[in-house]
Design a protein around this ligand. Structure first.
Ligand code: HEC
Ligand code: HEC
Length: 249
């Protein structure tokens, strides 16, 4: 029974590692903007004769060839070798294939140190989020958000949070058969059980058969920061979030 619970917790994580999931594409997009857009431009069309967005390459017909060109560069041309690890390379290649579907937009990055002050102070972000062990468990831990999200996504999170509400993290309100009310952030759910972080920040596993009622909050609790922060403060916060790469580096 214990093993089963562990397995069901691990499954969503495993599923995310396959194919072109949004996290992988975000990682690829970040690597692209850090290493490639200086020359190729945000839309991949700034080097004459090369249209990265088209997904067709003169010098590469397979993903392996593409990965090799990215790593070794093209001798005798301005295309440099790029030291990118294999995991990130997979994400980058996935991004190159998906690039034409991505909206590229310019996001203002401000001062990261100032962003940390806003995050912990005026923004009140630590009331819900946690970074490097500081803050609350009530919403996502953001310690590695800069490694998995693009600046564009982070800006959307502040301006249109309803677009980033991850369904698996919705809040639930449950009442047990004995009348106890339990609320918290849903971490995982299967047909029989429900795991939540309750308001005391404890992980609890509830058996659905023991519940009298159970509701999922539809709206995200992530506040909209369009009016709560100035554009400068938002740019600072985004710069700080971008700098958060977690322990994985
Ligand atoms: C310093 C500028 C520069 C950087 C940085 C750069 N490239 Fe290039 N890249 C070029 C140039 C110039 C060419 C065209 C070479 C040629 O064929 O003459 C090129 C060619 C390519 C090609 C071959 C296109 C084809 O049709 O075969 C691919 C793929 C590519 N780059 C991907 C990338 C990726 C991915 C990155 C980031 C990891 C990157 N490049 C970084 C300048 C750059
Ligand atoms: C009242 C609680 C609350 C506050 C305060 C809050 N957030 Fe959130 N935030 C959430 C929730 C809820 C989500 C949706 C994901 C989840 O359920 O954990 C979220 C999502 C995010 C995401 C998307 C993460 C991802 O990878 O999808 C970012 C980025 C974020 N918040 C940044 C911030 C910043 C920066 C601040 C402060 C300026 C802030 N949040 C303040 C509750 C909050």
């Amino acid at each position: 029974m214990k093993l089963l619970a562990l397995l069901t917790l691990a499954l969503p994580l495993l599923a995310q590692q396959h194919g072109t999931d949004p996290v992988q594409l975000d990682t690829g997009a970040r690597i692209y903007s850090a290493n490639c857009s200086v020359c190729h431009g945000p839309d991949g069309d700034q080097v004459s004769g090369v249209e990265l967005k088209r997904g067709k390459f003169r010098r590469a017909s397979t993903d392996d060839e593409l990965a090799k060109i990215i790593q070794t560069g093209i001798p005798g041309t301005a295309m440099p070798p790029n030291a990118i690890g294999s995991g990130n390379l997979v994400a980058l290649v996935a991004y190159l294939h998906a690039m034409r579907d991505f909206k590229t937009k310019k996001v203002a990055l401000g001062n990261a140190a100032g962003g940390k002050v806003v995050f912990e102070g005026k923004g009140g972000c630590t009331a819900c989020h946690r970074v490097n062990g500081k803050g609350s468990h009530m919403a996502l831990d953001l310690s590695d958000v800069g490694a998995v999200r693009t600046p564009g996504y982070l800006e959307d999170a502040l301006l249109e949070p309803e677009t980033v509400n991850l369904p698996q993290h919705r809040y639930i309100h449950a009442t047990t058969l004995r009348g106890e009310k339990v609320s918290g952030r849903r971490m995982n759910e299967d047909t029989l059980t429900l795991q939540i972080i309750d308001s005391n920040e404890r992980l609890r596993s509830l058996t659905k058969a023991d519940l009298r009622s159970y509701e999922i909050e539809k709206e995200t609790r992530m506040p909209n920061y369009r009016d709560k922060l100035t554009a400068t403060e938002r740019a600072d916060v985004i710069a700080w979030l971008v700098s958060l790469k977690g322990s994985a580096k």
